[in-house]
Design a protein. Structure first.
Length: 147
């Protein structure tokens, strides 16, 4: 028996844009269905939002949807920052991305960093040839390092 896990991200109305962005970063294609596709009447607020979305076929797979009725991204994002050498956060998880080389990692870092808040710049660390942390423009905090 094989088991797989895929990160499922929750957004307050920006799932379509996030899925498109992650497809450009990691490759692959987007599959998305709206609440309207599943029967919500046209014209009802939120009918055009994503109820099921997925990026697959690239370097990673991600799933995402828009939380029904949510319109304030800060309600789901939380914050992460560095202070006195420690990472402080109220998030329940970070998305970890490991690459086999610094060159490969740098490409993903540069793409994810567009419009992001850098928590820890990408640099060599005691445990990795490259480590960095950022919160992307959609509020997802990524921890990137060379395996």
């Amino acid at each position: 028996m094989a088991i797989t896990t895929t990160t499922h991200l929750n957004f307050a109305g920006t799932a379509r844009d996030a899925l498109d962005f992650y497809a450009t970063v990691f490759g692959g294609s987007v599959t998305a269905a709206t609440y309207g596709d599943f029967g919500m009447p046209a014209g009802v607020p939120g009918a055009d939002k994503i109820v099921f979305g997925r990026v697959s076929g690239g370097a990673i797979a991600l799933m995402a949807y828009d939380i029904p009725g949510a319109t304030d991204a800060s309600a789901t994002a939380g914050t992460t920052r560095r202070e006195n050498g420690a990472t402080l956060t109220d998030r329940t998880f970070f998305q970890s991305l490991q690459a086999s080389s610094l060159d490969e990692l740098t490409g993903y870092w540069d793409a994810l960093a567009e419009g992001a808040t850098i928590v820890e710049p990408l640099a060599a660390s005691a445990w990795s040839a490259g480590f960095g942390m950022l919160t992307d423009r959609f509020g997802v905090t990524w921890v990137l390092d060379v395996a």
